[in-house]
Write a protein that binds this ligand. Sequence first.
Ligand SMILES: Nc1ncnc2c1ncn2[C@@H]1O[C@H](COP(=O)(O)OP(=O)(O)OP(=O)(O)O)[C@@H](O)[C@H]1O
Ligand SMILES: [Mg+2]
Length: 265
Amino acid sequence: MPSPATKPDARIGVRGAGKSYGNLEVFRNINLEVGDAEIVAIVGPSGCGKTTLLRCIDGLIPLSSGEIAVEGERVDHPLPGVAMVFQHFGLFPWKTVSANVAYGLRLAGASKAEIAERVPYFIKLVGLAGFENAFPYQLSGGMQQRCGLARALAIEPRVLLMDEPFAAVDAQTREILQFELIRIWEMRPTTMVFVTHSIEEAVLMGHRIVVLKGWPSSVHEIVEVDLPHPRGRSTLAHPRFAALREHVWSTLMDEAKAAELELQT
Ligand SMILES: Nc1ncnc2c1ncn2[C@@H]1O[C@H](COP(=O)(O)OP(=O)(O)OP(=O)(O)O)[C@@H](O)[C@H]1O
Ligand SMILES: [Mg+2]
C-alpha cells in the first residue's frame, strides 16, 4: 500500500524538512511531493506537527532544515497563489460575506472588474447566494466556513491548504461541506493539502494519505487511496473504503497504544 513520495508533475516539493521550536524537535526529514490537482490528506496524533508543517508550506513560519518549493519556487515567505483555510474560519467580523471574499482577491492584486465578477461567482459556488451582505455573526458555523472557502477559492489558488477545515462544524454540516468541496474540486481541480483528525474524511477526500508518526514525527506511511472518482456518498459504502479506513486507523492506533504502554511502565 505505501507509494513513492515523488510525483513527476509536483506542485509542492517538501525535501528533508525538519522543524524545531527551541529544544522541541517537532518533525524531521519529511519528504513529500504533491502532484498537480492532487488532494493529499495529512493525519497523525495530536501535537505531531501537522499544523506546523502546513504553516511551513504556506511560508508563514520557516523550516529549521530542508526546503519546501511550490512549482519549483522556494518557499521562504507566503507565495502568491497559495491559499489557506483555517480551522476557525479566519473571517473579518466587521466585513460582510462579499467584503471578506473580496479581501483575498484584493490582496492577490485583482482588479476592481475581476473582483466584481469573481466575488458573486464564488459566493454562489459555495452555496452562499443571498447572504452577500450578511456579517459573520449572522451566519452559522458551516456558512462561515463556506465563506472562508469562497475567499480561498476566489483567488483560484495554485495550492489550497486547509487545517482541519471542518472541525468546528457539526457532523451533518461537515458531511455536506465534504461533498461540496469534492464537487468544487471536480469542477476546478486544484492541488489541495488538508489536515484532518477524521480518518473517514481523509479516505473520502484524499487521493493519498500521509501518516505522520513518532516523536519527532516523520512520514510513517503514504497510503494510496485507490477509490473511484467522482467520490460521493456511495464511496462511503465501497468495500475499499472500509479497508482503507481500517488500515489508517490501525496504523494510528499502534502509536496510541505504544504511548499508553509507555505511560504504564
Ligand atoms: N509557536 C510555537 N512555539 C512553540 N512550540 C510550538 C509552537 N507551535 C506549535 N508548537 C509545538 O509544536 C508541536 C506541534 O504542534 P502542531 O500545532 O503543529 O501540532 P498538530 O499536529 O497540528 O496538533 P493538533 O492535531 O492537536 O492540531 C506541539 O508540541 C506544540 O506544542
Ligand atoms: Mg493542528
